[in-house]
Design a protein around this ligand. Structure first.
Ligand SMILES: [Zn+2]
Length: 454
């Protein structure tokens, strides 16, 4: 059965009225979009595609006129988005790369932005994957960010009166009267508690015990670390109802750790600073639904052809409402597995799994690439093996960085080596490096596996 679309009463802006509410303009706009999304999610794929194409045409016409990079590209290809525009024309547009966005002449930025899109807002990626990408958004793209933040909450039927905790890259720790400024205009929520990701895991747990939240949002690797810490020290977080993850790859092991530690479900969000929400976890399954009202997602194989269900390919995203730096067929660097239709009935396309980035793939000496299984998550004594990170240095050499509770004995090291080699499936030369603690990248992300040759 379809859940009630609006299981809450928005804040009312008119004196003396509380119900039915008459929201102020920003809240009304947010709810008006939400009303449409409640319907469009059930549209059949063909109907979604038709409307996406109409929106894309608007974006492409604009990009051709106002963005030097697209003007150049479309002109040289003789491509006119005004004439008989169709999907085959769209997929003929070359991919937008990070290098295009890093051009010193800023050719990917608009020379003007429609006034109704609001102020231009400069932004950049965290730089966890090398040189940051600088780009512009607008108040409109920010608005869309808020719209999908609300949809995510509604899909997972969160109790807005509850307490929400967030541990991520933040300017500082804080206790706030609400969950997020993104929601304030449309929903009155319970309090929010915010902690910086740099906080040591044991201190995070202390903080969580004190805050006693109903929901927790953080990076997947951090959820795994918190869950294992709670299991090992027999710590309960009795009020916790659900955990959410952002920004990193979620593995089945992390989902299992969360169930074992707290008996809760993990709900993942696939988003990127450049394009906003890409896909949200289905309310009824562990796979994801592409947010087709925000982005058009293509998953392409090595030859640039669309992948079929079950195949893994690179994710190419077009953000449909950013007219300040249009992201048209943007090669975002992630890989995902395409899914078939979802039994929940939503027509939004399915991604079975989001795999990570090319640099997270293992390269075998014969040139084959695969998503590595290191075996470390299955290591029998998680207390001993506090953190690990693999860095592939060459076709045959892998550095294994370990933060352990005490130095491993020769026998333990040999056992671990055997487990790793068995899991990787190739006799690599492993070089163990012991460290006090393995730090996150500047953007707060943590990668189990990085290949320097991928
Ligand atoms: Zn679904």
């Amino acid at each position: 059965m379809r859940p009630a679309a609006f299981p809450f009463v928005p804040p009312s802006a008119i004196a003396g009225t509380v119900w039915p509410a008459i929201p102020a303009a920003p809240g009304a706009a947010l709810l008006a979009l939400q009303f449409q999304l409640e319907h469009t999610q059930w549209w059949p794929p063909e109907r979604l595609a038709r409307h996406q194409l109409a929106q894309l045409q608007q974006l492409l016409i604009y990009a051709r006129d106002a963005v030097p990079l697209y003007h150049e590209r479309f002109s040289s290809a003789g491509f006119d988005p005004r004439a008989d525009f169709g999907y085959p024309d769209f997929v003929g547009i070359p991919l937008l790369t990070r290098a295009d966005l890093q051009r010193p002449d800023n050719a990917a930025n608009s020379t003007r932005v429609p006034e109704s899109h609001g102020k231009v807002i400069a932004a950049q990626t965290s730089g966890s994957s090398g040189t940051p990408v600088r780009f512009n958004g607008t108040e409109l793209t920010q608005f869309f960010w808020n719209v999908f933040t609300l949809r995510e909450q509604l899909w997972h039927r969160r109790d807005f009166a509850a307490k929400y905790a967030v541990i991520r890259t933040l300017p500082g720790d804080a206790l706030m009267p609400s969950w997020s400024p993104a929601l304030d205009a449309a929903v009155a929520t319970g309090p929010g508690a915010f902690l910086r990701i740099e906080t040591d895991v044991a201190r995070q747990i202390e903080w969580l015990r004190k805050q006693d939240p109903d929901y927790l949002l953080t990076y997947a690797s951090n959820l795994g670390a918190l869950a294992r810490h709670c299991i090992e020290h027999r710590i309960a977080l009795p009020r916790l109802r659900e955990v959410g993850s952002i920004g990193e790859v979620v593995t089945p092991e992390i989902r299992a750790d969360c169930r074992n530690a707290w008996s809760v479900k993990l709900v993942d969000i696939y988003s990127a600073q450049e394009v906003g929400y890409i896909a949200l976890q289905c309310p009824e399954h562990e796979h994801y639904h592409v947010q087709s009202e925000n982005v058009l997602v293509e998953v392409l194989d090595g030859e640039g052809r669309p992948c079929v269900p079950g195949e893994v390919g690179r994710v190419v995203v077009t953000a449909m409402h950013n007219f300040a730096t249009p992201f048209i067929r943007y090669d975002i660097g992630d890989y995902a597995e395409v899914g078939a239709g979802c039994p929940c009935g939503r027509g939004l396309p399915v991604l079975n799994r989001v795999m990570g980035r090319r640099r997270n793939m293992l390269v075998l000496p014969n040139g084959e690439r695969r998503w590595p299984v290191t075996g470390c998550r299955e290591y029998a004594d998680p207390w001993l093996l506090r953190q690990f990170q693999f860095v592939q240095k060459s076709l045959n050499d892998i550095e294994v960085r370990l933060a352990t509770s005490r130095p491993l004995t020769a026998q333990e090291e040999a056992g671990l080596k055997e487990l790793i080699l068995g899991s990787l499936g190739h006799p690599f030369r492993l070089h163990f490096v012991y460290c006090e603690r393995i730090e996150r990248s500047p953007g707060g992300k943590y990668e189990d596996f990085k290949s320097e040759i991928a």
